[in-house]
Ligand binder design. Sequence first.
Ligand code: PRP
Length: 179
Amino acid sequence: MTEIFPEVLISEEQIREKVAELAAQISADYAEVDDLILVGILKGSFIFLADLSRALTIPRSVDFMALSTYGESESTETDGAVRMIMDLRRNITGKHVVVVEDIVDTGHTLSYLLRNLAARRPASLKTCVLVEKPDRREIFTQMDYLGFSIPDVWVVGCGLDWAERFRTLPYIGVVHPES
Ligand code: PRP
């Protein structure tokens, strides 16, 4: 079967440069920290987390959580309710934590996550987001490190999917689910 490739919104080169920039900034900000914990949110963050974590020049470890929005499946709309599917393995109390997300859309997922993690009393809690859609925001969301702001289009690649397709595209592309 022939694969149809989505049109490019953000190129592989632009992503590589941005990841290097974000990693340099985080490495500088946490230069005095001896064990930064990067928390990847599955599934979407796995590629961005892999690239970002390898570009850091400071001691770091990774852990994962899996969250999901109710009412998903192949739909592109969600009702904003979030549930946890898999929790962290590590205790983050007293630790410096950066949550790594592929995308902030309505903001409900990251907002839920930050409330949940803050209750565990980390030494600090920040976020690093690859792309965000400002036009879709329904709730304020803390984004300390941000890659790209994009228009309200359905994007895939670098961990982002459309009904589980295109997650491993090396660039961020646009699909049109209605067509
Ligand atoms: C995506 C993405 C974020 C969330 C953002 O996850 O990875 O976690 O949606 O949306 P929000 O800002 O509207 O809450 P998704 O639920 O699609 O799961 P996935 O990461 O497994 O693809």
